[in-house]
Design a protein around this ligand. Structure first.
Ligand code: ATP
Length: 347
């Protein structure tokens, strides 16, 4: 079911939590709502669900204006970070709950419920846990059961509010991929709230970046990463080096390969992987030295410092594959030459 939001605004007292949000989500998309804490993600999700009323604007589901419709008429499934399962019910009964409380007219027979719950348990790959209680599950298993429970009533829209927020890093990583694959299988229009850019990039087909209650940008993960529309998105979506084009930086950036004479702004953002690091031809003319480095799995992050620069912006980060770093055989303190391959410009 497609989702359309038109001119949605919401205030809490004097505070503008959402400011004129317009958004179209086609049927079957898995969209991440991404933004820092307090930017309005949950409020927007609650307005789509009907748990919260907007002060202004309309919500359309599959073209129908549902702004005044209560939650129960919207065919929406939820999974929240702390959306606790019923503790006194088994996994099976938790998933069956939504079907069993349907009105007599809509309620499937027990035999159909049984089949459906086992199908869902197979889908989330946890059928072997059907007679356990929630306390006997791991956090990751609990969230997968919460998802199966949300899917049991065949929602047309699935809303997930930081569903993996309380889990540790490795479980989170597994569940992201699992959710993505599950979505490929089911194709339910889904909105996934997160403040973790890596999670948004990994899971979703579209990312909506929110800041102070406004949409900063909407696009595919690569559009957002490679073509950030604003300074905010560029900083939020991944690590970036920020260079202000004053006289001092001007000279230095030019020397590092950035076209500064015809620049498209006054601030250049450069991703670490867009900085090439080489051994300098002339040590005396190389103002940058290697301060330290860290292993990030397949790549190395280099911490570089420029002579005379200090403060928090003094460090320049570059990244390169492990092998390339080994070949360079750099030591701490060695002088290096930088080659900036690409910059995003902002004003
Ligand atoms: N019921 C409420 N009354 C007053 N202020 C509220 C209420 N609900 C939310 N807010 C405020 O609105 C802003 C947006 O909140 P929201 O929960 O939507 O943010 P969020 O982006 O989901 O943040 P987080 O990532 O921390 O969950 C916050 O500043 C919050 O304090």
């Amino acid at each position: 079911m497609s989702i359309t939001l038109q001119n949605i605004s919401k205030q809490f007292g004097d505070f503008k939590a959402l400011d004129n949000i317009n958004l179209d989500i086609p049927e079957g998309e898995l969209v991440a709502l991404l933004g820092p804490s307090g930017c309005g993600k949950t409020t927007l999700l609650r307005i789509i669900a009907g748990l919260e009323q907007a002060d202004q604007g309309e919500v359309y589901l599959k073209g129908d204006n549902v702004t005044q419709q209560p939650v129960k008429n919207r065919q929406i499934g939820f999974v929240f970070q702390h959306y606790a399962l019923f503790r006194h019910m088994t996994v099976f009964d938790n998933i069956a709950f939504g079907l069993r409380v349907k009105s007599h007219r809509d309620r499937p027979s027990e035999a159909i419920i049984r089949k459906k719950v086992h199908d869902l348990l197979n889908l989330v790959q946890l059928d072997w846990l059907h007679d356990r209680f929630p306390d006997q599950l791991s956090g990751g298993q609990r969230q997968r059961i919460a998802l199966a429970r949300a899917l049991a009533v065949e929602p047309s829209v699935l809303l997930l509010d930081e569903p993996f927020g309380a889990l540790d890093a490795s479980v989170r990583k597994d569940l992201r991929l699992w959710l993505r694959h599950l979505h490929h299988e089911l194709n339910v229009t889904s909105i996934f709230v997160t403040h973790d850019q890596e999670e948004a990039m990994e899971v979703s087909s579209q990312i909506v970046v929110l800041n102070h209650g406004r949409i900063e940008q909407k696009g595919t993960p690569s559009e957002i990463y490679d073509h950030p529309a604003s300074d905010f998105v560029s900083r939020f979506i991944g690590q970036t080096n920020v260079f202000k084009l004053d006289d001092e930086e001007h000279f230095w950036l030019k020397q590092s390969g950035v076209i500064v004479d015809d620049s498209k702004g006054i601030v250049a953002h450069v991703r670490p992987h867009n900085i090439g690091v080489e051994k300098p031809v002339d040590q005396a003319k190389a103002p940058v030295y290697l301060k330290d480095w860290q292993h990030l799995g397949g790549t190395i992050r280099l911490e570089l410092n420029r002579d005379g620069a200090n403060g928090s912006g003094a460090t320049i980060y570059a990244e390169m594959p492990n092998e390339q770093f080994r070949e360079l055989a750099l030591q701490k303190g060695d002088r290096v030459a930088l080659r900036i391959k690409h910059a995003h410009w902002f004003n």
